[in-house]
Write a protein that binds this ligand. Structure first.
Ligand SMILES: Nc1nc2c(ncn2[C@@H]2O[C@H](COP(=O)(O)OP(=O)(O)OP(=O)(O)O)[C@@H](O)[C@H]2O)c(=O)[nH]1
Ligand SMILES: [Mg+2]
Length: 193
């Protein structure tokens, strides 16, 4: 589907043509600025394969935002969205913001799911929606800035209660430097199973 490639395109500007199956879960982080606020986005890249489902479930807890990714050239991945949506609703933060992502939009000639179908599913289920390409970078940074902006708006309007113990968003200081970010990514890699 492209989850890992979406993240490696976003954090490192890289695309891998091979499918290197994610084992369990990987972690990435990036510092961005939204409305003059320094935001540190922490992202867990979960394995899509059924065999790892029990491991990946434990990473949903307290997540404030989730991306459900399907492949626009694969009808089967679109048909599975409901399964992932139910998992997110069951296991993430109760007001989780969910963004539906139709990836591989560079493969227009092999499209099996129309833009309108994705858009309608998202509208019917109150999700954000984007089509992306990890290969050419189309809309990749937009999915993260748009979701982060949406969350900042909810914080500012009081819709998101940051004092709730199960909220994954914390306000505090974090060094806004690439060095700190790299250190944390390396540390997570070392600790990885
Ligand atoms: N053409 C094209 N291929 C892509 C795109 N994104 C990912 N791919 C390819 O799709 C395959 C799977 O990509 P991954 O990013 O590893 O997929 P994943 O969702 O992380 O897979 P799991 O970790 O097994 O759940 C790889 O061969 C990628 O090169 C894209 O935007 N366009
Ligand atoms: Mg992966």
């Amino acid at each position: 589907m492209g989850k890992s490639n979406i993240l490696s395109r976003y954090t490192y500007g890289r695309f891998n043509p091979e499918h290197e199956i994610t084992i369990g879960c990987e972690f990435m982080a990036k510092n961005i600025s939204i409305k003059d606020r320094n935001i540190r986005i922490q992202i867990w890249d979960t394995a899509g394969q059924e065999a790892f489902r029990s491991i990946t479930r434990s990473y949903y807890k307290n997540s404030t935002c989730a991306f459900i990714v399907y492949d626009i050239t694969s009808r089967k991945t679109f048909d599975n969205i409901n399964i992932w949506l139910n998992e997110c609703k069951d296991m993430c933060y109760k007001d989780v913001l969910i963004c539906l992502v139709g990836n591989k939009c560079d493969l227009e000639g092999r499209r099996a799911v129309s833009y309108e179908e994705g858009e309608k599913f998202a509208a019917d289920n109150n999700l954000l929606f984007f089509e992306t390409s990890a290969k050419d970078g189309n809309n990749i940074s937009e999915i993260f800035t748009e979701t982060a902006t949406n969350l900042v708006d909810k914080i500012e309007s009081g819709q998101l209660n940051l004092n709730a113990t199960d909220s994954g968003i914390k306000i505090g200081k974090y060094p806004n430097s690439g060095e700190a970010e790299q250190k944390e990514n390396n540390k997570q890699k070392k600790n990885c199973c």
